[in-house]
Design a binder for this molecule. Sequence first.
Ligand code: FES
Ligand code: FES
Length: 201
Amino acid sequence: MISRRNFLQRAGMTGVAVSVAPLVAQTKTDNGEKLSEKKFVPVDAQKVRLNVNDKIYDLRIDPRTTLLDCLRETIELTGTKKGCDHGQCGACTVHVNGKRVNSCLSLALMHEGDKITTIEGLGTPEKLHPMQKAFVEYDGYQCGYCTSGQIMSATALLQEPCGKSNDDVKEAMSGNICRCGAYKNILSAIQSVRGISTGEA
Ligand code: FES
Ligand code: FES
């Protein structure tokens, strides 16, 4: 005879075994280096191969994972920030094939074959990108939370048909919000890299 209590205990244990076993996925880079083991990956996880900062990552991810969450949580590149998660602040800006993209609005699975660049791939502490140097020189930040997104947008802007005036740059950078209000210095940093004076002291 199975008592009601025994039945519930067994059913509970079976349920746990069935639901936990497939919830572990491993991810690795092209040289076989293992990223941390990820738990709570759903059973319908999809394989995807991403090229991030010229490194290949073979991943198994929830198909609903945004590029932003994939970069931060799966690949563990946390330089790209999550501000609004709704395409309104620009903190999550990365480059996809050289163009700026709000990574919170894009699914990671859509980017197989694309060349993705994050702030970590732009420069290194020893060899900063000229835009990174300019942000340091002109104090283009306060808390720094928006800064990687600002710099990724600013470097993409250098390849875009942006006019020379301060207003042109402000318009082109209007998708990147700085809650600290460092806009004046961000503008100076960008114009300095373009070889243009802002005309402001
Ligand atoms: S986090 Fe993507 S636009 Fe705000
Ligand atoms: S420096 Fe703080 S939000 Fe921009």
